[in-house]
Design a protein around this ligand. Structure first.
Ligand SMILES: Nc1nc2c(ncn2[C@@H]2O[C@H](COP(=O)(O)OP(=O)(O)O)[C@@H](O)[C@H]2O)c(=O)[nH]1
Ligand SMILES: [Mg+2]
Ligand SMILES: [Zn+2]
Length: 292
């Protein structure tokens, strides 16, 4: 018996990485009876049925630490939220939404601002100021600079990471630079494919030579936060924490309450306006859903 990790699943076959070798495995019927379907990211025990052809049988699924729905991957540790400093210009409301979604899945979070070759230091400083108060690592990268790519590599070490971020910000390019044997499609190519062929994308876990795993599909394709509770939302805006003691009510949601430490901090410029605006927008979204 061996232990490996499922990196891909297609039509009832599971591809298991075992120390850099990939075995094609089937799952025992017993999993179906237990309503336990193997998923990408699962750590499994498998038996080899044909060493030459690298075939095997999954015998046991190890307990999952986490289970992401979109993309469907087990045991993800971290989300790196990637935005470009320009082309396309960062949409801070969307960035904040990605952070909230990653928080709701209890993932570790890092923020990557890419394409810094296209903007001056002032732009970088502006974003840095907004996000360093969150406590998440904020990393500035460009494909032109290896040292910046190495910083991302360091974050990936030993963890399973999904990259989240809008299309065109450079996610695939980053991954290709991180691991030279990768050839993920970048740039305009995907638009062309989308027109004609029906391309079914399978989620795949890529083992990194430098240790760690990355998911090759962008995370959080479903963008609504309406499954969350209001209290949970305000908890995910981490920089609000230190100002809560200024709130009159313990249950303050920092909206219309008379004495609110968070609102005061926004007025005094201690909490960035863009973060508070994002918060109010997401709050409204959650509320709307509750009315039905
Ligand atoms: N100037 C600049 N362009 C970049 C950088 N990274 C990626 N690009 C370009 O941005 C476009 C989109 O990149 P891609 O990796 O496909 O983005 P994805 O949709 O997030 O995977 C491509 O034309 C890349 O060449 C960068 O650091 N600087
Ligand atoms: Mg891409
Ligand atoms: Zn408050």
């Amino acid at each position: 018996m061996r232990e490996g990790r499922i990196i891909k699943g297609i039509g009832g076959f599971y591809y298991i990485d075992y120390d850099g070798i990939t075995y094609e495995c089937k799952a025992r019927g017993i999993f179906r009876k237990n309503k336990m379907t193997p998923m990408v990211g699962d750590y499994v025990v498998f038996s080899v049925t044909d060493e030459e052809k690298l075939l095997g049988m999954i015998e046991e699924i190890k307990e999952r630490e986490t289970e992401l729905i979109r993309p469907p991957v087990a045991n993800v540790d971290q989300a790196i939220v990637v935005f470009a400093i320009t082309q396309p210009d960062p949409n801070l409301a969307l960035l904040d939404r990605f952070i909230v979604l990653a928080e709701s899945q209890r993932l570790e979070i890092a923020i990557c601002i890419n394409k810094i070759d296209l903007a001056d230091e002032e732009e970088q400083a502006k974003l840095k100021k907004i996000y360093e108060a969150t406590g998440y690592p904020v990393i500035f990268t460009t494909k032109e600079n290896k040292a910046s790519i190495d910083e991302i590599k360091k974050l990936l070490a030993g963890k399973t990471t999904v990259f989240a971020g809008p299309s065109g910000v450079g996610k695939s390019t980053l991954l290709n630079r991180i691991q030279s044997n990768l050839v993920l499609q970048t740039g305009e190519i995907s638009a062309k494919n989308a027109r004609g062929k029906h391309t079914t994308r399978h989620v795949e876990l890529i083992p990194l030579q430098s240790s760690g795993w990355v998911v090759d599909t962008p995370g959080f394709s479903s963008l609504t936060v309406d499954f969350m509770e209001v209290e949970e939302l305000s908890d995910t805006f981490r920089e609000f924490d230190e100002y809560r003691e200024g709130c009159q009510y313990l249950s303050c949601i920092h909206e219309n309450e008379p004495r609110c430490g968070v609102k005061t901090a926004v007025e005094e410029g201690d909490i960035p306006q863009s973060r508070y605006t994002s918060y109010l927008q997401l709050l409204e979204e959650i509320r709307k859903n509750r009315r039905y």
